[in-house]
Design a protein around this ligand. Sequence first.
Ligand SMILES: [Zn+2]
Length: 465
Amino acid sequence: MEKKPKNAGELRKTGYRILSVKEEMRKNLIDNIQKGERLFPPIIGYDETVIPAIENAILSGHDMIFLGERGQAKSRIMRHLIDLLDEEIPALAGCEINDNPFHPICKRCKELLKKDGDKAAVTWIPREKRYAEKLATPDVTIADLIGEIDPIKVAEGRYLSDELAIHYGLIPRTNRGIFSINELPDLSEKIQVGLFNLMEERDIQIRGFKIQLPLDVYIVASANPEDYTNRGRIITPLKDRYGSQIRTHYPLSLRDEVSIIEQERHTFEDNGYMTMVPQFMQEIVAEVTLYARKNPEINQRSGVSVRMSINNYENLLSNALKRAIRLEEKEVIPRISDLYSIIPSSIGKIETIGIEEKHEDPLIIEMVKKAVLTVFNRFYAPETFDTFLKKFSDGQNIEVSEATPSHEYLKKISEFGGLNKVISQYQPNASPSLAASLLEFILEGLYLNRKLSKEEVGNTTLYHK
Ligand SMILES: [Zn+2]
């Protein structure tokens, strides 16, 4: 729009049609589909499952609830729903609940329109301002979500039953927008009733006063599937209200898990240091999380978030960065010996069942071993290293640690022989830091395949026959 209408009269002249939130989202989605655009591009791994279900729900005009374990991008998806709103919409200026300039619902605006008519000022609300969210906890109140009688307004002479005596809560303030409630089952029953009345009967009840307030808010919610299906956690009429239940999930492939890690990891400006993560290290980090999601000693009902992969990856890189700084190397490339750094970032992400706290570290280390073995066997057949392994028969050994400079690894590689082809196959002209990382991967992989033995003393690992 070139020159935006500034009052109700100007707006009317443009022939502007006010749509309900659901109609507006539906219109924009149809537009998207016509253009062949993909919904929510930054969301990875849901192209064939969650996204099509969202599209259908929106085309059907359904209220949606997202069911899934923690860290499945539920809140992220809900925030992305604003992508389906118009860039901006007109509302009556000064209205607390973003009233429709042609058909206001609040008393103040009704009176204003009666008085000013077409001159009533219009403001334009950007879509980012039309979204609000709340994490449901048992102490969320009706006042927070719906509203409260404002004692000051009452003292000024308003009657309690007078709508003007209300201090609006979050939901009315999101009128003509999207409101999302995270962990819906944690809302008290009383508030669930209030929510249902608002959505279904379009009235709000505050302290026994019933006020007709036909809000237009698209209320989406999320919940853990366990809580949601649990009898008594959600009042039945509210449950029925949700036309579409959309089940989220963890990344279905290792590749998706890795893409999410790369997209979401925190990056800093590291002056002069170059970070490079070999594919096998990326896959090991993702694979650890995949094992955690299958581990019977971990509570799978609460799940293992993708955040575990992301935070582990960040710690791994931090450990590699410290080495680069200390050894005055410019390349930051993580190694197997950096993997201990992921213990602190893993522990908080899992809920163990029936094991003591002191046994949590070994649990993680066990999963790391499995992950390394899986990835190694995906990359190499152990026979690949026959020539290399022969050297160990002569009583030779290789010592590695997170603090060993990369060039010392190069020395070992040339001393032992049998690895040049493997390394150049992985990457022609591999840098010393990459070769070091690859050597540790090979040594640990051979150890886990029982082709080598190892001894760990402090931070140093000795591989031998
Ligand atoms: Zn108003």
